[in-house]
Design a protein around this ligand. Structure first.
Ligand code: DX5
Ligand code: ZN
Length: 213
């Protein structure tokens, strides 16, 4: 069984509650926060996370694509995040950011962009619940999966075997029926999918498919 985290970036924000209903069987719900600075796009912020929290009991996987994550840890945790994922390339000492997330009683994850070597995340693996290996440049949905990122997943899975065997490894970007299979074979345990789920005729069936891998 693979965990699925549908990305609401691809949902209809005018009908967000109804779209979330369609994927409620998924293990998590992926919420992309973009500040127009760390990435060249702006998505959603705190009020939307609060509204989502009120409309579902799903586990909220909050992906912060923002330059100053430490300024917003408390705010997004209080808004309803269950897990906070920040970027290793963002400002602030990662140890401190992880500690701030722990102090709020939430799960902690670090993400790396395609240009960042996977070894950069190794020092934090034992203190994390999850590592997100980006399979596109962060910022936009609907991009093409970068298969070479799966080498990073394999290296991370091997490293985590001794350091943190229960570590979740998530991929985000360009996940579809084919790339999902390759990702799971490489050691991925959490699949983020936006356009492939919310653009599907039957989002529920897509969630079932990814979960079955
Ligand atoms: C991209 C975001 C993704 C995005 C994925 O920066 O982090 O979560 O929604 O979209 P798809 O699945 O359409 O590539
Ligand atoms: Zn994301």
């Amino acid at each position: 069984m693979t965990k699925v985290s549908p990305s609401i970036l691809a949902a209809d924000f005018a009908n967000l509650g109804a779209d979330i209903q369609k994927v409620q069987k998924a293990a998590m719900l992926h919420v992309d926060i973009m500040d127009g600075h760390f990435v060249p796009n702006i998505s959603i912020g705190v009020p939307v996370v609060e509204s989502v929290r009120r409309c579902t009991d799903m586990f909220l996987d909050v992906h912060l694509m923002i330059s100053k994550p430490q300024q917003y840890i408390d705010i997004f945790c209080d808004a309803g995040a269950d897990l906070i994922c920040f970027h290793l390339e963002a400002e602030g000492e990662p140890e401190t950011t992880i500690r701030m997330i722990r102090e709020k009683g939430k799960k902690a994850a670090v993400s790396i962009k395609p240009g960042t070597p996977v070894e950069a995340v190794f020092p934090y693996v034992k203190d994390l619940d999850m590592v997100l290996v980006m399979t596109v440049e962060p910022g936009f949905g609907g991009q093409k999966f970068m298969p070479e990122m799966l080498e990073k997943v394999k290296a991370l899975r091997a490293y985590a075997q001794s350091e943190n065997p229960s570590l979740d490894i998530e991929v985000d970007g360009g996940v579809n029926r084919e790339t999902a299979k390759a990702a799971v074979s490489a050691g991925v345990s959490v699949l983020v999918a936006g356009s492939c789920i919310f653009g599907a005729e039957n989002p529920e069936e897509m969630v079932d498919y990814f979960s079955s891998l």
